[in-house]
Design a protein around this ligand. Structure first.
Ligand code: HEM
Length: 464
């Protein structure tokens, strides 16, 4: 009897599930939408996407082509995996394709955050940012700071077991704080900023449920604490007659009045700079060490490049702009690391009105996932795509190919590209000219949804 009830229950459940799925598909069966499936009501296909990762995308592409609909991460979404179309989407923000990042991210990064604004507000925030991190600024102001920071961050590692993931994260954040407002790594302000910032980052990646105990709640609190730290520093600066040589000084007293921002905008700009370079720079640095460890030929060539630079210098001379520009192979290692590890899977946009795209009609408010990951592994674009081969980037024109999207594209092309590469290059220079290392072994690396070492990446370091 109990068996019969169970059978009825299972059959009933099956019927209800398939009815729900069908109902959800019917709901989205509007004329003009691209092919694809929408999964369950509310949850869509998020579980499948997160569980199967890149395979989910590849399977859907095999069934529906490079432009398909789905429902992931809480929103009806169009996934675009076609490099040409992706480029078109990134170039045409003005036609109604604005950034489509999750609400939790926008709430915590602030309403003046560059990804939260479009049109003239975006132009003004971007202009003010570009003035801070232009090539001239990198050459004259930022590179000397980065050099000094890396020397000290990388001192006394001899004989120690180092957890690279943690160290590169600290490096990315503390180096930014040093460039932005001259904070010393050991200062009280840097330490409290660091503690709050880690909570803020987790908050931006969480569900926007504002209840005590949730990551979103903690992230939001962290934002408030960071604002109060920054307000304190800004007040001190205004009260003091002395001037500083850093980004905050330029934000408070811009040379060009077009770049004058309100205090709220300055605070969101500072949070944006630290946030944007945090995971990207740290993860690339960590993965570069991993790939160099596994590829002795590449390690030898990059070290030779660095030792040649060092041999032209007096001990204690900093890395300057010409040194940085001459690090061609280092740059190739960095770009190849970003490609092979896929540091950024893609970027998000949303439609501000119903629009035609690729012959389909996309409703207003839908998210568009410009998914660039598979482009990185396309054998027609990159020979033996799964091999770590930095030599493929030695021809610098590779970086200007239309399908090159490691730093996004169009009006939102990463403004921190050269700054990020300069930081990672300087880190690699001081690490490789000072140390050799062995992996302690057994550390796991995850590549999706983000590149991370869940238990850290431990190495044993000794002097070179
Ligand atoms: C080196 C590693 C980096 C990678 C791989 C990277 C990648 C990207 C990508 C893919 C985008 C496009 C986002 C979109 O279109 O929605 C972007 C935008 C951006 N990046 Fe980076 N980035 C890096 C470093 C940095 C650094 C060091 C900064 C610090 C200033 C930075 C600041 C920004 C900002 C502010 C934007 C938004 C630009 C806008 O909306 O106009 N990035 N980055």
């Amino acid at each position: 009897m109990a068996g019969l009830v169970l059978v009825f229950f299972m059959v009933g459940l099956g019927v209800i599930c398939s009815a729900l799925l069908r109902w959800n598909e019917m709901k989205y069966r509007k004329i003009g939408l691209p092919p694809g499936t929408m999964g369950w009501p509310i949850f869509g296909e998020t579980t499948e996407f997160l569980k199967q990762g890149p395979n989910f995308m590849k399977n859907q592409r095999a069934k529906y082509g490079s432009f398909f609909k789905s429902h992931i991460l809480g929103c009806p979404t169009i996934v675009s995996m076609d490099p040409e179309l992706n480029r078109y989407i990134l170039m045409n923000e003005g036609k109604g394709l604005v950034p489509g990042y999750p609400q939790s991210m926008l709430d915590i990064l602030g309403k003046c955050n560059i990804a939260a604004v479009s049109g003239s507000a975006h132009k003004s925030m971007r202009g003010a940012l570009l003035a801070l991190i232009s090539p001239t600024m990198i050459r004259d102001n930022l590179l000397p700071k980065i050099d000094e920071f890396m020397r000290s961050h990388l001192s006394n590692w001899d004989g120690k077991t180092i957890e690279v993931q943690q160290k590169t994260k600290e490096m990315a954040m503390l180096s930014s704080l040093n460039q932005i407002m001259g904070l010393e790594s050991s200062s009280v302000a840097a330490n409290s900023f660091q503690a709050e910032f880690c909570k803020l980052v987790i908050g931006t990646l969480s569900l926007p449920i504002n209840l005590p105990g949730t990551n979103y709640f903690h992230g939001f609190q962290a934002r408030k604490n960071i604002i109060s730290i920054l307000k304190g520093i800004i007040e001190e600066r205004r009260a003091s007659p002395s001037s500083h040589n850093d980004m905050l000084e330029c934000l408070l007293r811009p040379e060009d009045s077009r770049h004058k921002l309100t205090d709220d905008e300055i605070i969101d700009q500072v949070i944006t700079i630290v946030y944007s370079g945090y995971e990207t720079v740290s993860t690339t640095s960590m993965m570069a060490l991993k790939y160099l460890h596994d590829h002795p030929n590449a390690l030898q060539e990059i070290r030779e490049e660095h030792l040649a630079i060092r041999s032209r210098k007096q001990p204690g001379d900093p890395i300057d702009w010409n040194d940085f520009k001459s690090m061609r192979f280092t740059r190739a290692v960095i770009i190849e690391t970003m490609r092979l590890a896929t540091i950024v899977n893609g970027v998000l946009r949303k439609t501000t009105r119903e629009m035609q795209l690729n012959g389909f009609v996309i409703p207003k408010g839908w998210r568009i996932y410009v998914y660039t990951r598979e482009t990185n592994y396309d054998p027609f674009l990159y020979e033996e795509p799964m091999t770590f081969n930095p030599w493929r980037w030695k021809d610098k024109s590779m970086e200007s190919q239309n399908y090159f999207m490691l730093f996004g594209g169009g009006t939102r092309l990463c403004p921190g590209k050269e700054l990020g590469i300069a930081e990672i290059s300087t880190f690699l220079y001081y690490f490789l000219t000072r140390y050799r290392w062995d992996e302690v072994g057994g550390d796991k690396l995850l590549k999706f949804p983000r590149v991370e070492a869940p238990n850290g990446l431990h190495i044993r370091v000794s002097n070179y």
